[in-house]
Write a protein that binds this ligand. Structure first.
Ligand code: 0X9
Ligand code: ZN
Length: 312
């Protein structure tokens, strides 16, 4: 049994996944999407509660190392899908085949636990460049959310400078972690209807694209359903989440996993949630807010699933 009163490293999370697969052999399997730069597993859990479910959804977390709450939220959701007594959550969980990958950047996550709490990127060694005296980041790693091959480095908000926190890498999919995600998604993309990628912080529900404020083809659908998700969050906890296209609601940036999924596979609903808070604690969200944060995110999931069904 995992708990959500503290943050856990990926070893603990992965062993818990294994125990779930043993406990629920009919419904749960684990899988390894690929390996990190330092050779750690990028492990996920597949949950299928109803035999005839066909829709596929992916939830991930931990693309950015310091965004710990995204990891804890993803594991909390997996646990609730299996154990909830709430009929609305249960019904939504049953409709979909879920793939949940809480730690897309395991090396970076470990580094933030044991060395530098504010690290964002992966742990890839970059071409030798002196980052001392540069305050905008460290020389270690690539920003995985700038490394995906959709308008890669095309429009700003990403950097070709290895010291930058937004370093996009030398070429798209240069990072083993984004490669792993690419091959994993490639294998399940056919029935993929929902991609939810968890980040922090700012309390935003973002949707593609990051390179342009031009509305995407199903802008209205993504906006309206995002709005309904934000309303569900507000009813749950009173927290307000702002909904919008990434380029508008935060900033122009390219090479994100969300934009790559949308642009490559045309996945119907793609959202980046920037969860709590709005800056009081920022990335250092205290563990006593894990459950409330994860609960409000969970409360929005039935809305997304119900709308998917309605769209069929
Ligand atoms: O900049 C990012 O990668 C995300 N914000 S964060 O503070 N967690 O770093 C937002 C990504 C939104 N999606 C795209 N711009 N494609
Ligand atoms: Zn992030």
């Amino acid at each position: 049994e995992l708990n959500w009163t503290s943050y856990h490293n990926y070893d603990v999370i992965y062993s818990w996944f294994d125990s779930l697969a043993e406990l629920y052999p009919e419904n749960v399997t684990t899988f390894v999407a690929g390996y990190s730069y330092l050779g750690a597993e990028i492990k996920g859990i597949r949950i299928q509660l109803r035999e005839n479910a066909t829709r596929v959804a992916v939830i991930d977390g931990g693309i950015h190392a310091r965004e710990w709450i995204s990891i804890a939220t993803a594991t909390y959701i997996a646990n609730q899908f299996l154990t909830t007594t709430n009929s609305t959550i249960r019904a939504a969980a049953e409709e979909v085949i879920w793939y949940i990958l809480p730690v897309l950047n395991p090396d970076g996550y470990n580094y933030t636990i044991y060395v530098d709490r504010m690290h964002r990127k992966n742990m890839q060694v970059n071409e030798s460049v002196d980052c001392s005296g540069y305050s905008g980041g460290s020389g270690i790693g690539v920003d995985l959310n700038r490394n995906f091959a959709f308008y890669w480095m095309a429009n700003g908000g990403a950097s070709s400078y290895p010291c930058s926190v937004q370093y996009a890498g030398p070429y798209p999919f240069s990072a083993p972690e984004s490669q792993a995600f690419r091959s994993f998604i490639g294998g399940i993309s056919e029935n993929l209807d929902l991609y939810l990628t968890l980040h922090s912080y700012s309390q935003l529900i973002l949707f593609p694209y990051g390179h342009t404020t031009q509305p995407l083809d199903n802008y209205y659908e993504q906006y309206t359903i995002g709005r309904m998700a934000a309303d569900a969050i507000e009813s749950n906890s009173g927290r307000k989440y702002i909904v919008g296209n990434s380029a508008e609601a935060i900033y122009i940036s390219t090479g994100g996993s969300d934009d790559w999924v949308k642009g490559t596979f045309g996945t119907r609903l793609v959202y980046t949630y920037e969860v709590r808070d709005t800056g009081t604690y920022g990335f250092l969200l205290p563990p006593d807010q894990i459950i409330d944060t994860a609960e409000e995110v969970l409360a929005s999931i039935p809305v997304l699933v119900q709308q998917l069904i309605r769209l069929d």
